[in-house]
Design a binder for this molecule. Structure first.
Ligand SMILES: [Ca+2]
Ligand SMILES: [Ca+2]
Length: 671
């Protein structure tokens, strides 16, 4: 383990004295001198107000880069001189964690300072996803913009591709990049377009500028340009904003497969394609560092380099390395979430320092809040400031506990050197043959037993020592109980009190409607499907419409059956219009009903039908909510019955032709 011990060298102390002078000036002016009491004087020098301007922040995030995939972390077969220089001039972390070893969850955590289950961004959002990072969450960009920063995001987003979830709606002034992973495209591993199977359902991969698609990424040769194009955008942003504090978020799509590299690095490394890709990322970092230098901003800028999760090992020679760590991406073993992390900030972080304490991407937001004086989000977050680690405070250990979630399963917890793993089924790369040259091999999917690992003695998690340390097991199990009570746990079926909803595609309409069916008695309805029961049959007449996410609890799903429901309004009521609100999500085999018929009755025994509305089944890539209404002017009735006819089977043009599909209904409207 590396030690976080460092004493300022002599020249350094002189500099610190200068900084302290300005700090005192700041404190005197702000009347906040009391906050420094009891803290060794030089330790507070990196907080806001110590310098002439707030520091710029450059956050560089790789995709699927492994723990050992940088020169200073022991890379074999390729070199990373620019990133190694960052480490030589800053701090390298040995025990730094992405919050979860998968793209969207990891990015949600990075930008909000929360474990992913807290903000309900799980796994990797697909192009069909109707959820995104909730606009009510506060991102680093929003926090820093409120402190006067220019903010720019360049590269992969993956926190919702609906307009309301894109970077410009989450605090960034500008954006250029892919809204999700670069392999979510209708193209095969060999670069040939696919016409069958799941991948053929993907829309063309959009390259977005601001909120608009400007191009599509159609071929491997388009992927080859991404790293360079992102770098050029980031450099341009730095040049344009050199005169004010800025936050640049450079989230490379690489080295996520399919790998792409420009001609200037193709064939450059000994390792091959993967090494070439990392060397181009290293070049990109060099471009950013040169831009800082050119603008005289090196000492005014905190540069952070890290990765969203470990390597996707079943891609063989197109995947990276975890060095000594167990497993890789998509697992809670160390090779999944433990990632390289380097931070450089001349004058505040000692050059060549190494930190062996735990820290995580969720700690970056509160650390930036501490550095800049920007207000932390009002909502609860999970991160802690690691400024004391950056400043080299010898005894600092702000994060001694980490919760290892994966898709809302609490798979492990760590305290100090101890890691407690709970029994779970996991993706595994052990005992299966990886693919080569861009093609994946299969996963194994073993159930791993509960265990206790001593990461200081056994970083590879090979030896269960729970029998020798029952007291540690008890203590870590208590920590896990706290996690479960707070953020839930799908392994043990727990709900957490601290979980907040994701953002859901709004479908651009009012979320509520007032009508006389609200408060009526639901006499009967088609039995609810346990897979999509919503909030119970009552939500059919609660006056609320659902979102584009059919799992939002406002939609009821009915698989392969017609839908029927009957309402009792309590007394004969004069009617004007009746309607049923329905959803179509073609990719999820949810179609609008074939027809809708309303019937009316005064006594619940004798019924008269209004004209049936038929709906043509039409293919549409987007999610559609349609209010299917009928005129009821002049009618009076106490009872209203609605029937919606399902497609049996799905129509010829649909990928599921011949099979049954779903009806999704959120409201029966009686006006
Ligand atoms: Ca990733
Ligand atoms: Ca409703």
């Amino acid at each position: 383990m590396w030690a976080a011990r460092w004493r300022p060298p002599r020249m350094w102390r002189l500099r610190l004295a200068d900084l302290m002078h300005s700090r005192r000036e700041f404190l005197r002016r702000s009347g906040a001198a009391g906050i420094a009491l009891g803290v060794p004087s030089w330790l507070t020098t990196c907080a806001s107000g110590t310098k002439a301007r707030l520091p710029n922040v450059v956050l560089i995030f790789a995709d699927d880069q492994g723990y050992a995939d940088l020169g200073v972390y022991g890379a074999v077969g390729f070199t990373t001189p620019n990133i190694d220089r960052l480490a030589a001039e800053g701090m390298r972390f040995s025990d730094f964690y992405a919050s979860e070893a998968v793209c969207s969850a990891s990015r949600a955590s990075l930008l909000t300072g929360c474990y992913a289950p807290r903000v309900s961004i799980l796994g990797a959002l697909s192009p069909g996803a109707q959820v995104g990072l909730n606009p009510a969450e506060t991102t680093i960009a929003e926090m820093l913009r409120s402190a006067g920063y220019a903010t720019g995001a360049f590269g992969k987003w993956h926190l919702g591709h609906g307009r309301e979830f894109l970077p410009l709606q989450h605090g960034f002034d500008e954006y250029f990049g892919l809204p999700y992973s670069n392999d979510m495209w209708p193209v095969d591993y060999d670069g040939v377009p696919v016409t069958e199977g799941n991948k053929s359902q993907y829309p063309p991969l959009p390259l977005i500028e601001g909120n608009e698609m400007i191009e599509t990424v159609d071929e491997l040769s388009d992927q080859d340009q991404l790293t360079t194009r992102y770098a050029e955008r980031a450099v341009d942003f730095i040049d344009r904003n050199a005169g004010r504090p800025f936050f640049a978020y450079l989230a490379n799509s690489m080295p996520h497969v399919p790998l792409g590299v420009s001609d200037k690095f193709r064939g450059h490394s000994e390792q091959g394609m993967y090494g070439d890709v990392i060397e181009e990322i290293d070049w990109s970092v060099g471009q950013v560092l040169s831009a800082l230098e050119r603008n005289g901003l090196e000492s005014d800028t905190l540069v952070i380099y890290t990765s969203d999760n470990g390597p996707w090992l079943n891609y063989g020679n197109h995947a990276g390395s975890t060095g000594p760590l167990r497993e890789g991406k998509g697992t809670a073993f160390e090779g999944g979430p433990r990632v390289p992390a380097i931070m450089r900030w001349p004058g505040c972080i000692a050059p060549g320092s190494e930190c062996g304490r735990m820290a995580s991407t969720i700690d970056i937001l509160p650390t930036l809040a501490a550095i800049t004086g920007a207000g932390v989000p009002e909502r609860t977050i999970d991160g802690v400031s690691i400024l004391s680690l950056l400043e080299g405070e010898p005894d600092a250990n702000p994060r001694n506990v980490f919760w290892f979630y994966y898709t809302a399963q609490l798979r492990a917890v760590r305290e100090g050197k101890w890691k407690r793993v709970f029994e779970h089924q996991t993706r595994s790369y052990v005992g299966v043959e990886p693919g080569t040259d861009g093609y994946p091999g299969p996963y194994a999917s073993p159930t791993v037993p509960a265990a206790l690992y001593d990461l200081e003695a056994d970083v590879g998690e090979t030896t269960d020592v729970s029998a020798e340390h029952p007291d540690v097991v008890i203590r870590l199990d208590e920590i896990a109980e706290t996690a479960r009570a707070t953020l839930g746990d799908r392994l043990t079926g727990r709900e957490g009190t601290g979980v907040r909803p994701p953002g859901r595609t709004s479908l651009g309409r009012a979320s509520a409607i007032d009508h006389i069916g609200v408060g009526a008695t639901l006499v009967s309805s088609t039995p609810l499907d346990p897979r999509y029961p919503g909030g119970g049959a009552e939500v059919l007449i609660d006056g609320r419409f659902g979102s584009g996410d059919f799992g939002d609890g406002l939609w009821l799903g009915f698989d392969g059956v017609d839908f029927e429901a009957t309402l009792d309004l309590g007394a004969p009521r004069a009617l004007t219009r009746l309607g049923l609100d329905c959803l179509q999500v073609q990719s999820a085999w949810v179609l609008l009903p074939r027809s809708v018929t309303f019937r009316l009755s005064d006594d619940g025994a004798k019924w008269r039908a209004l004209p049936t509305v038929t709906v043509a089944a039409e293919p549409a890539p987007e999610v559609i909510a349609r209010f299917i209404g009928v005129d009821a002017a002049g009618e009076t009735a106490r009872y209203v019955r609605v029937q919606a006819e399902n497609h049996e089977p799905l129509p010829e043009w649909h990928a599921g032709a011949g099979n049954t599909g779903w009806l999704f209904i959120d409201e029966i409207v009686v006006q």
